[in-house]
Design a protein around this ligand. Structure first.
Ligand code: ZN
Length: 403
């Protein structure tokens, strides 16, 4: 058989398969509307989206892989991730193409780290895991409200965390679900409930984020209100679909000054689809901030300009969408959207929060859930590093912090 006939045979095999899925990479020059045109999909699927869903289209990153499933050469389904949690699904139905956001399927695996303090707990964790992540997160869990410096050699550090996997590859940051730090043999437990950490009696560890050292400030001085907060993915009970909003919307009068949240270099200044007039600033530690819907940019700035914190970079408007004037403020770390509220400097709240009622019950349920696991890990002499817990595969889906 010649190579040519072999190729033809191969092509026949491929196209006769009922469903054929192929992965592609989103190129930096590609626009969403151009993409639709290229695949003969009506542009109205974009124009019919509401403003929040249109915004999300701008989150498709250059280099992002996406997949197209074809049946006998015809497009059946396209999926394009827009964040760590959601992907846009374009599906061929009888009446034509339909687009909606759906969660990206993933596997959740619980893992364990258990070490003893040797020199410095953060360094010890680094030596065991080869990342500073867990040490920094632990500091954030306890908000430095416990005397870490009084730890003695041999004190235990135990972390139960969950990691998401997609196609057998870890993605997005691990989440600490429960942890223990001993300080001179005295145990300090931490349990995650609805994005906050509590001790076993329901007292909240004051969460002052370690990141606050980087000192980001609100990108606007006179805000009317926050009109929309950050959500990775939320099922909307009335709209019956998934919503996400990867930033904070600050409602403000048109023309209100927008200021740089921290010092950095302008890496984008121009139009960006649903985000309208956008400036992006790159800061240290691989953090990027995004300022969208501007009515106009401040003059004298361009791509490559260095701006210091508080410098006026533009003015509030409604570009890219039609509802009221506001600033959409996004913050990205290593390309992942993060809630900017976590980074913006806040006044310290001194009030100690303590859980009551049903929330307290939910916390106690968590405590009971983890008690035998802590016991089991404590009984082991050796260090445990990122060991998979067979017992609790996917068990967190049932717990309140997860959904
Ligand atoms: Zn927004």
């Amino acid at each position: 058989m010649s190579i040519k006939s072999l190729l033809i045979l191969l092509l026949l095999l491929i196209f006769n398969q009922p469903l054929f899925s192929k992965e592609y990479k989103w190129s930096s020059k590609r626009t969403f509307l151009g993409f639709l045109k290229e695949h003969h999909i009506p542009q109205k699927i974009y124009y019919n989206m509401d403003s929040k869903d249109k915004e999300l289209i701008q989150e498709i990153k250059a280099g992002q892989s996406y997949s197209i499933i074809r049946e006998k050469g015809k497009i059946k389904r396209i999926t394009i991730p827009v964040s760590d949690e959601l992907m846009l699904e374009i599906r061929k139905e009888k009446k034509g193409f339909k687009a909606k956001y759906i969660p990206i399927p993933y596997q959740l695996i619980e893992k364990t780290i258990s070490i003893r303090k040797n020199k410095d707990f953060k360094k010890d964790l680094y030596n065991a895991t080869k990342t500073w992540y867990y040490g920094k997160e632990l500091e954030a869990v306890y908000s430095k409200s416990i005397p870490f410096h009084k730890m003695k050699k041999g004190d235990r550090i135990i972390i139960f965390y969950t990691q998401k996997y997609r196609h057998h590859k870890a993605y997005s940051s691990p989440q600490i679900d429960a942890c223990l730090i001993e300080i001179n043999k005295k145990p300090f437990y931490g349990f995650l409930l609805n994005d906050k950490y509590y001790d076993s009696r329901g007292k909240q560890y004051q969460r002052t984020f370690v990141y606050n050292k980087s000192g980001f400030i609100r990108p606007i001085r006179n805000i009317k209100r926050i009109s929309s907060g950050f959500t990775q993915r939320r099922y909307h009970p009335i709209l019956h679909r998934y919503r996400a909003h990867l930033g904070i919307d600050y409602a403000a009068r048109r023309g209100t000054k927008i200021i740089a949240s921290a010092g950095g270099r302008i890496v984008y200044r121009g139009w960006k689809g649903g985000y309208g007039r956008v400036i992006e600033i790159k800061h240290k530690n691989n953090i990027k901030t995004l300022y969208a819907h501007q009515s106009r940019f401040a003059s004298g700035l361009h791509i490559g300009s260095w701006v210091s914190q508080g410098k006026v970079i533009g003015y509030v408007g409604t570009s890219g969408r039609s509802t009221g004037p506001h600033l959409h403020f996004g913050l990205y770390k290593n390309g992942h959207a993060i809630n900017p509220a976590r980074y913006i400097r806040k006044k310290k709240t001194l009030k100690q929060v303590k859980l009551r009622g049903s929330k307290y019950k939910a916390l106690r349920k968590l405590v009971r859930h983890y008690r035998p696991q802590f016991k089991e890990v404590k009984a082991q002499k050796n260090n445990i590093v990122k060991k998979e817990s067979q017992k609790c595969l996917n068990c967190f889906k049932k717990l309140p912090a997860r959904n």
